[in-house]
Design a protein. Structure first.
Length: 247
């Protein structure tokens, strides 16, 4: 199931006065010339089985067809997207000029905000009754019961565009290489911008992950929060969702 994200403009990043703001969130203006579709939910374990096959690892943070897939590296997400594209084209569900892939960092935040300008799509506070995270709620919101694992997708309220779990549950891979500043401009896409990506202490570069997770406090679940993650790594706190875009 997919939700439509219309063409348009938005301000990416966080204003200087936002509580718990971190470096690398300086605001930029982004324009999308075309709309795109994004997964209504994070990709689930059941969808993974249908598209790729049995998961070779062990689920340690929630298991079932309606739970998000996690503990997968960047290459595995691309394999899923490629196979889903091929299958959908053969069935006629996806036109040949469209493809499934990971969202860019800008597409992810645009879909997360869903037209809002506050720290989260639910406002300037975030309760653990509104999203799956544990620890301190964001900016004085009400505390809810911590699950200490993933939740079935769609267990919490959707954002204004009908998209679920953009805050919390599992971090989500984005296709961009991680840079120290946000990508602005028209249709920004840093998928191939490896040479200018930020290097870690060992000289490695990372892809972007977004959204916070079940093991976090509330503040990393903000719409603008961003982290790096080396593409070869995997963990039980990171999964993904897809977008369908016109090439």
């Amino acid at each position: 199931m997919l939700c439509w994200c219309p063409s348009g403009k938005f301000t990416m990043g966080s204003p200087r006065g936002e509580p718990e703001r971190r470096p690398g969130e300086d605001q930029v203006e982004v324009t999308f010339r075309r709309g795109f579709w994004i997964g209504k939910y994070e990709v689930t374990q059941g969808q993974w089985k249908r598209v790729v096959g049995e998961f070779p690892g062990k689920f340690t943070a929630g298991e079932g067809d309606d739970f998000p897939i996690y503990d997968i590296n960047f290459a595995a997400t691309e394999e899923f997207c490629q196979k889903l594209t091929e299958t959908a084209r053969v069935s006629g569900a996806l036109p040949v000029e469209w493809e499934f892939r990971l969202p860019t960092e800008a597409q992810w935040e645009y879909a997360c905000r869903a037209g809002t300008t506050t720290a989260t799509s639910f406002g300037d506070k975030l309760s653990s009754k509104q999203a799956n995270f544990q620890g301190k709620p964001y900016n004085g919101a009400e505390e809810g019961p911590p699950l200490k694992q993933t939740a079935k997708v769609g267990s919490y309220a959707a954002n204004p565009w009908g998209i679920y779990d953009m805050h919390g549950n599992v971090y989500e891979w984005c296709r961009d290489w991680y840079h120290s500043t946000l990508p602005g401009g028209v249709d920004p896409d840093l998928y191939a911008a490896k040479e200018s990506a930020v290097k870690n202490r060992t000289g490695e570069v990372s892809r972007v992950r977004r959204g916070g997770c079940y093991a976090d406090h509330g503040w990393p679940c903000r719409s603008a929060f961003r982290l790096r993650f080396e593409p070869e790594r995997h963990h039980d706190h990171i999964g993904f969702r897809v977008v369908a875009v016109q090439r």
